[in-house]
Every structure is written in C-alpha cells, then in structure tokens.
Write a protein of this length. Structure first.
Length: 133
C-alpha cells in the first residue's frame, strides 16, 4: 500500500456461510505485526456473497510498503468458506496459528485478532482473498 492512502473498508468473498458462526472479523496489520485496524464482527452478515465491512476507525497508511490482512472466524458448526482458501478451515485440534507459521488453520480460544501478531514465513498456499478500500 502507498503512503497517504486512507483505508476505511475491508472486503472478502464468502463462498459458503457455514453454521453457528459467533465471531467474524477482518484486520489490517503492518509488516512487523502491529494491528492497525479491524472491523466489528460481521458474523450476522455471512450471506454467501461479496461483502464490505468498515474498519472501526479509518487508518492512514504512513509508509509505503507491505501490509497484511487477517481473518478471524469462530464457529461451532460447519466452517465458512472464504474465496481464495480453496477449502474450508479444517482440523480437529489447534494447529499452530498463533505461532505465526500458518496463513490459515484452526486454533482455539481466540476472542479477537491479536495485537500485535507474530508474522513469520508461511508454507501454505491457501490465502483468502481480502481487499481494502
């Protein structure tokens, strides 16, 4: 992203809404893992279509460079499917999301996007399509 750009919204395509979703948020992170912005939970708006959700506060990009987008979903039934992942979230137990070693996976006891996040090299090719505007 380029310096001076104001990010006010995040976008994702929900290919399958899942069931018993109790929390769903998107977030914006700097290259070092600082959380710069996040949406309110949109778990009640999982209509299976492209969605746009406002950040709780606009964020002005201070330095041109690399930024990360994050997705947090908490569910008790079937997992939602976000376009770009190529699959729904799988796994019966925690698989190390918090270690920073995966782009997506399953980890228990998450109540919000972390601040800061641990950013590390990832070997997964499943990346949800998340846009900013």
């Amino acid at each position: 992203l380029r310096a001076g750009r104001v990010v006010t919204n995040m976008h994702a395509i929900i290919a399958g809404a899942g069931s018993s979703v109790t929390l769903a948020k998107l977030g914006l992170y700097g290259a070092a893992g600082a959380r710069l912005g996040l949406t309110a939970s949109f778990h009640g708006d999982m209509s299976g279509a492209p969605g746009t959700w406002a950040l709780t506060a606009p964020y002005t990009i201070l330095t041109s460079g690399l930024y990360y987008r994050a997705l947090l979903v908490v569910f008790g039934g079937s997992a939602p499917n976000f376009a770009g992942t190529g699959r729904t979230f799988v796994g019966g137990s925690d698989d190390g999301v918090g270690s920073g070693s995966r782009l997506n996976g399953r980890q228990g006891a998450q109540t919000d996007l972390p601040s800061p996040a641990t950013i590390a090299a990832a070997d997964q090719v499943n990346k949800p399509w998340i846009g900013v505007s």
